[in-house]
Every structure is written in structure tokens, then in C-alpha cells.
Design a protein around this ligand. Sequence first.
Ligand code: FMN
Length: 243
Amino acid sequence: MKRAVPVGPEFHEATKYHSGRAFAPGLQMSPAPPVTVFDASLPRVQLPAPQTVDGPGIWTTIAGRRSFRDFTGRPMTIAQLSQLLWAINGITAHHGGFALRACASAGGLYPIDTYLVINAVEDLPRGVAFYEPHEHRLCLLAEGDFSRELVRAALGQDFCATAAVVLVWVAVVARSAWKYSDRAYRYIYMDAGHLGAQGQLAAEALGLGSVNIGAFFDDEVANIVGVDNHQRIVVYMMAVGPR
Ligand SMILES: Cc1cc2nc3c(=O)[nH]c(=O)nc-3n(C[C@H](O)[C@H](O)[C@H](O)COP(=O)(O)O)c2cc1C
């Protein structure tokens, strides 16, 4: 549907904080929605414990980071996947009853979940999975080869089929909006940037190639990972795998 007025500036204006309006209009203090939980009957795979010390230095890692698209199709190991997911979404501390994660998040609300389209990971079936940070494990949602579907949904970007894994970041809007109302959307996109940046650094530190993906047909990606794209919205993706 074509709008007469561009929605971007309108959204930006409507969600501004300024003196006299310190909080977004419509602020609600309802309880925060819980973490995403899938049916207990679905298969789970416990990930190996992540390494939390050592590894390559931060400056070397930053200097080496580059977007990479020429994946070989070779698999990555489950240990590499474990380390990557921990570095992006993993629980790194407990403080005052809150589980704090590897990436900063507005209000510590962590609205973004990580889904995975697995093409080639040793010891894992191809398919769609979900990362459960509190248990550091995967929930296997669907088995099968979704690579060609994902390439189509990502505007024909072929590396979605040759990467070992494509992470699909899905925001549960209510997890931020219960506190921040419409300004939540700004924070969700900022949070997504953190995940993408930290994910690329983690991939680099693991000797893997990666590229962040912002170009995709939103509803088609949502359909692959099984979210409604309204309450749970696809915001960003990252393809990763051996160089
Ligand atoms: C928000 C965002 C979206 C991006 N979307 C895509 C994409 O859809 N496809 C792609 O090939 N690269 C994408 N990139 C990667 C950029 O093209 C890349 O970061 C840029 O060319 C700079 O290169 P470098 O990452 O190697 O420094 C994206 C990067 C960002 C930060």
C-alpha cells in the first residue's frame, strides 16, 4: 500500500523523547512478557559449554572483521555454533534476579530471539531451530532443507544456501513495548545492531566468515521460521560458515 506521507519521519517524530515528554506516549507498566518457550515435546540439543576465557585479542579481531559471502558449503562444528550463540545471546551474568546477556539491550529486556536455519552443522540435522539462552541449547523446530526458500526470501542472495547457518533475529515486540510503547521499535533496531556487530566479531574470532543481512522479504523469512511478523517481527539476519 502506497502512503501519501513517508512513514519514517512520522515514526521518528512520534517516538521522540524531549523535555516535557520524557517517556513515549502510551507507556504501560504491565508485567513483562515471559521468554519464548516451545512445546516440551520438541527435540532439544544441549550445546557444549562455551569457552569464556582466552581466544584471539579484541584488536586483532576488529582489524580482521570483514563481510564474507563466498562460503564453501563446508559444515561448521557444533562447538563453533555454541560459541557463536553464546557470544550473541548467551547468559553471561546473574545480577539482582536478572539474567544478563552477552550483548547490551535497552532496559535489559532482551526482546530479540535467535532462530537458525541450519544448512551444514556437524551432528545437527538440517532445518529450523531456536536458541534457548537460559539452557544454552537448541530446540529443533522443523527438519528439512530450507536453503533455497531462504535464498528467495533474501532477495536471491545465494550465500544463504552456502553458509553453514543463517541466524534469523526475531523481536518479540511486547517484550520491549510493555515498557517503552512505540519507542520500543527504535530500541529493537538498536539491539539488533548490537547482535549483528557482536556476531561478526565472534565469527571472526572463530575463524569463520560472516555477513549481516538486512535485505529480505520480511513475510517470507517469517514464514520459514514460523513467526507471525506482527507480534514477532523478523529484524535482521546473519549468514555464517567456514571461509
Ligand atoms: C544493517 C546492515 C545490513 C546489511 N545487509 C546486507 C545484505 O543484505 N547483503 C549483503 O551482502 N551485505 C549486507 N550488509 C553488509 C554490508 O554490505 C557491509 O558491512 C559493507 O559493505 C561494509 O563492508 P565490511 O562489512 O566488509 O566492512 C549489511 C550490513 C549492515 C550493517
